[in-house]
Design a protein around this ligand. Structure first.
Ligand code: FE
Length: 332
């Protein structure tokens, strides 16, 4: 009798651990497979939790989440840009996560004030300049790129890209609409050539002598430098005496209808931890969001900088205003 009880108890324990080992999460990711797969594999190896995922662009993923509603198999959404995360939260596809670990690991300005998403890596959008034609002492702020001395010397990426919409949205938050419009107009007046479809083409044009100053995300600079270490370009950290460098995030949230909510929260917590942060940031030459974690060696060579600590969710809430402002200013 005793023996039977013992066997039954053992059986239950085994079943329970089997159920735990079979823990599974479904992730919808706007970050590509090459960036996220190593993380998923590391987590599965450490915990046994299986991670299924699909990757797509952020727009279609958000539409899919909305269309699936309660029936969505997704437990987590991973995407880039606070503007996209803000929109996902606004459209109700993300659920609040109260976690001491997440709020300890991720600084307040890099997460949703309502805890529906958390920044996991930081991307700085900063000034790039030609080391052949510009001395860093000539540079100071984003605003000063509108100074007369840069007439015919500035390169910008298209205003259609969310990165520039977020940059201008944050300027509206910091400087007000009137001042920001003045600044954007002064940039447009200084353009050396038509706007570029992406940051890499902008820097290639600068290296080729088409312009002398511009604004890019640092990881594109890193990618270019890996391929062409001799490129005559360098980064400059603007606004160090006032608000700091404009930063944005890539991040994640647990979905509103997650079938494996607990497992997803645990995974999100792990993503903010020391073990995962370098894996999340380094592959794309970004900065870890957790300030206790150091960036990759190449990224560290670009030096330390003060970042703007205004909440990145402003990039979302002021995006429409930013788009209209850029249109009025003639920024294509
Ligand atoms: Fe990018």
């Amino acid at each position: 009798m005793h023996f039977l009880k013992y066997v039954t108890a053992l059986l239950f324990t085994m079943l329970a651990s089997l159920a735990m080992a079979a823990d599974e999460i479904v992730v919808y990711s706007a970050r590509n497979e090459q960036l996220i797969k190593p993380l998923f594999d590391a987590y599965t190896a450490a915990t046994g939790t299986q991670i299924k995922f699909i990757t797509d662009k952020e727009g279609p993923l958000l539409e899919k989440l909305k269309a699936e509603g309660k029936d969505s198999p997704a437990d987590m959404l991973i995407t880039v840009d606070a503007g996209n995360l803000w929109l996902a939260a606004k459209q109700g596809v993300l659920a609040k996560v109260d976690s001491k670990m997440l709020t300890a690991n991720i600084p307040a300005h890099l997460r949703d004030p309502g805890n529906r998403w958390f920044g996991l890596s930081v991307r700085a959008r900063t000034i790039v300049y030609s080391t052949a034609r510009v001395k860093p002492a000539e540079l100071s702020t984003y605003e000063s790129l509108g100074d007369k001395k840069w007439h015919g010397r500035l390169c910008l990426r298209t205003s259609k890209k969310v990165y520039n919409q977020s940059l201008v949205a944050m300027m509206i938050a910091r400087l007000g609409e009137a001042k920001t419009e003045q600044v954007v107009k002064s940039w447009v007046a200084n353009l050396a050539t038509d706007v570029f479809p992406d940051d890499t083409k902008l820097m290639e044009a600068m290296a080729a002598g088409q312009c002398d100053v511009g604004i890019v995300n640092t990881y594109y600079f890193g990618r270019l430098m890996k391929k062409q270490p001799e490129a005559p370009l360098a980064l400059f950290w603007p606004n160090q005496k006032d608000r700091g460098v404009h930063v944005n995030v890539s991040g994640a949230g647990v979905t509103a209808h997650a079938k494996h909510r607990q497992a997803a929260v645990k995974f999100l917590e792990w993503l903010s931890s020391k073990q995962a942060q370098n894996m999340f940031a380094d592959e794309n030459l970004e900065y870890p969001a957790n300030p206790q974690v150091k960036p990759a060696a190449m990224v560290a060579t670009w030096g330390q900088f003060k970042q703007d600590t205004i909440n990145v969710s402003k990039a979302g809430s002021l995006q429409v205003k930013a788009v209209m402002l850029m249109d009025r200013a003639g920024y294509k």
